[in-house]
Design a protein around this ligand. Sequence first.
Ligand SMILES: Nc1ncnc2c1ncn2[C@@H]1O[C@H](COP(=O)(O)OP(=O)(O)OP(=O)(O)O)[C@@H](O)[C@H]1O
Ligand SMILES: [Mg+2]
Length: 243
Amino acid sequence: MPVISIRNLTRTYLIGGDIEVQALRGVDLDVEKGEFVAIMGPSGSGKSTMMNILGCLDKPTAGTYILDGDNVSNMSGDERAAVRNLRIGFVFQGFNLLARTTALENVELPLMYRANVPPPAERRKMCIEALKRVGLEGRIDHVPTQMSGGEQQRVAIARALVTKPSIILADEPTGNLDSKRTEEVMELFNELNSKEGITTVMVTHEPEVAVKCKRVVLFKDGKIIGDGTPDEVLNKMAYGVIR
Ligand SMILES: Nc1ncnc2c1ncn2[C@@H]1O[C@H](COP(=O)(O)OP(=O)(O)OP(=O)(O)O)[C@@H](O)[C@H]1O
Ligand SMILES: [Mg+2]
C-alpha cells in the first residue's frame, strides 16, 4: 500500500468570490514507503498547492487523498490537524523558526501541540535526539540569529523529525541556501531517507537538488506532465520533450 495515494485531485481557488483559479486539474500520484521524490515545474504550476494538500494544511476541491490508508480528503479541519501533527513533518524555504527561541525550544514546538504533551524530561530527550540526528547537538541553546542558514534549516528538519512522522514534506528547503549549505542539507535528507527509510517529498527548482532525489515528478499548469528518474525527467526537460 502506498503511503500517499492521490486520485483525480483538483484545487480551485476563488478570488473575490467569482474568479476561479484552477491550481490543480486532476492529479494522480502514488508514493510508496521509503521513496524520495522531487517535485519540479514552473512557477504557478501548482507545486505548493499540492504540498499543502499532502501536508493536510489544505483540502482538495475534488478528488481523493489517501494517506497511510486513511482518506484524509473527507476529514474535518481538526481531524486533519491531528493527522498532520502525528504523521507529517514540514520543512519550509524560510525555515520558519521562532526568533529569540532556542534550537531546543523550536524543536519542542510540535510536541506542545499534541493532545498528550510528553512530560518535560521526555520532551527534552526527544528534542536532543532529533538535534543529534541533524548534527546539531552542539547548538541546543543557540537562537536562530546565532546560527548559519544551513544550521537553521537543520533545526527545522529536527523539528520535522521529532514527532517521528511517516512522511517529510519540504517546499524548496534549499531555496535560501548557498551551494555548500544546499549540499549539506541534501546529504542530510538523503541519509534520513536511506538509513531510516523516511518517505520524502521535496519541491525544488534546482536540477542539482533534483538529481539527489530518486524520482522526479514534473508539474505544469496544475497537472503532472513527467514522472521518472531524475535523469529521465531532467533530460526530457533539457531537450524540450516535456514542455
Ligand atoms: N491562496 C490562493 N488564492 C488564489 N490563488 C492562489 C492561491 N495560492 C495559489 N494560487 C494560484 O494557484 C496557482 C498555483 O500556485 P502554487 O503556489 O501552487 O504554485 P507553485 O508551483 O508553488 O509556484 P512557485 O514555484 O512560484 O512557488 C497559481 O496560479 C497561483 O496564483
Ligand atoms: Mg511554491
